[in-house]
Write a protein that binds this ligand. Structure first.
Ligand code: SF4
Length: 133
């Protein structure tokens, strides 16, 4: 199923970062951290997971919804991609946090850096921004 999502994902990545090749150059530290994080959670480790992790990481730097910058048709397709290829993260995101927020929250927690207004999402005034309704 998600194999059919791959061409738009790759296209989305290339339009966002035309100087980035599939082998990965000119990536900043943030992208590399996110690629590494995603690959730790790859359901099917391999070249496809590497391409998808890089596409997700680059698109996460984009200005729009992640699914938009990936060239997907909607959040449901992104959820399906995450379910298929990063299933442990999909399970971990059980509260349906927006994926960009989820990634950065996870990276910040790992680095023990808290950039959020609150240590807990439940008591945070930004909750409507971070989570899908
Ligand atoms: S809801 Fe608040 S605490 Fe949770 S990720 Fe968003 S900003 Fe951070």
């Amino acid at each position: 199923m998600t194999t059919t999502l791959l061409p738009p994902v790759i296209q989305g990545m290339q339009s966002l970062a035309p100087n980035v090749t599939m082998s990965g150059v000119a990536m900043d530290e943030e992208v590399e951290d996110l690629v590494a994080f995603l690959l730790e959670h790859a359901t099917h480790p391999g070249i496809l997971a590497q391409h998808l992790a890089r596409a997700l990481a680059v698109a996460s730097m984009g200005p729009n919804h992640l699914w938009e910058d990936l060239g997907l048709g909607g959040r449901e397709q992104l959820n399906a991609l995450m379910q298929e290829h990063f299933s442990s993260l999909k399970a971990r995101n059980s509260q349906n946090m927006r994926w960009k927020k989820f990634f950065y929250r996870a990276l910040c927690e790992r680095a023990e850096v808290l950039i959020c207004k609150s240590p807990h999402c439940e008591s945070c005034e930004d909750k409507p921004i971070c989570f899908e309704p």
